[in-house]
Design a protein around this ligand. Structure first.
Ligand code: ASP
Length: 329
């Protein structure tokens, strides 16, 4: 297990993550991947601690992944479902969080459709002077740090499975294609990938890839390029991240049609020929098959890292819960 001291109480954003923090997460996740390959996949690390999964917005993989990660660490887990909760009776989100606090929650994993909710709850926990860690599991269009970290772990593990580390990304070309504007996954990935010398190329229609993203990384070691055509982003790319078109977040007519989007920006076998011959494709899921990526490519293990991302997710989330909870044991 990584020995570096972990001082961060909450994990809300990757914007201010230090290289040593990335490396600690990557090394710790590699140790937990080893645990998950054993016959007995459970360790007593968080025995007696309680993790509350407060998902105010629907989720399949992130919620299950955090639940499994907490259970593999022997924590007790409480799952909150908004539809059947007192939210329907007008309870505020902060009061919901305080209810879980009163039950003895040690860590809260929070997903909300509005940006800033996990920060607000973390702020309230600090104001109350309680040692509860808050983990952002996706807030609006803002960030999805555990997804950024699991993508990083998946990529670095492919390059060096034994010692995944940030420096492996130096000089790599990574294309992020699709609905960048609405994607919290893209935002978290931009922070992690530019924390080292990677070259990140964003591609998509001008309505979904605003130029202002280019300014966000000024002064960081990596570089960021913006393209409104997909081909220059794919040229010689080592990794391609495709993103779901977030129809639920689109408030205007930002796209001509899904068919036209696929024709211009969809990831297809033909387009992948532009990339490095060993290119790999990632997608955070859920996938609109045949829109952002062709269905057969998504299932082709020669190119697709999608199931590895899901598997990596459990080890990475175990690492995050372990690091946040380690100060308490
Ligand atoms: N599952 C990811 C998220 O929650 C990506 C997506 O929904 O498209 O942001």
């Amino acid at each position: 297990m990584a020995t570096t001291t972990w001082t961060r109480r909450h994990i809300l954003s990757l914007a201010d993550f230090a290289p040593t923090e990335y490396d600690t997460v990557l090394q710790t996740a590699a140790s937990f991947r080893e645990v998950l390959s054993r016959r007995t996949k459970k360790v007593p690390t968080l025995q007696g601690q309680m993790v509350a999964n407060l998902f105010f917005e629907p989720s399949t993989r992130t919620r299950s992944s955090f639940e499994l990660a907490a259970k593999r660490l022997s924590a007790d887990v409480l799952n909150f479902t908004p539809g059947t909760s007192s939210l329907t009776k007008g309870e505020t989100i902060l009061d919901t969080a305080k209810t879980y606090l009163a039950m003895g929650t040690d860590m809260m994993v929070i997903r909300h459709r509005e940006a800033g909710v996990p920060q607000a709850i973390a702020f309230e926990m600090d104001r109350l002077g309680v040692r509860v860690g808050v983990l952002n599991a996706g807030d609006g269009q803002h960030e999805h740090p555990s997804q950024g970290l699991l993508d990083l772990f998946t990529i670095c593990s492919l390059i060096d499975v034994e010692h995944p580390r940030l420096e492996l990304l130096v000089g790599k070309k990574i294309a992020i294609v699709g609905d960048i504007l609405h994607s919290r996954v893209a935002r978290s990935n931009i922070w992690s990938l530019t924390a080292t010398g990677a070259k990140v190329h964003l591609a998509g229609p001008p309505t979904l890839v605003p130029q202002l993203f280019a300014q966000s990384v000024t002064g960081r070691p990596g570089e960021l390029f913006i393209h409104w055509e997909v081909e220059p982003a794919l040229k010689d790319a080592d990794f391609v991240m495709t993103l779901r078109l977030q129809k639920e977040r689109m408030t205007a007519h930002l796209l001509p049609s899904l068919r036209e989007y696929h024709q211009r920006y969809g990831i297809t076998r033909d387009r992948l020929k532009l990339c490095h011959p060993d290119v790999k494709v990632l997608h955070p899921g859920p996938v609109n098959r045949g829109v952002e990526i062709t269905s057969d490519l998504m299932d082709d293990p020669q190119f697709s890292l999608i199931s590895q991302q899901v598997t990596s997710g459990v080890a990475v989330r175990m690492a995050l819960l372990y690091l946040m909870g380690s100060g308490k044991t």
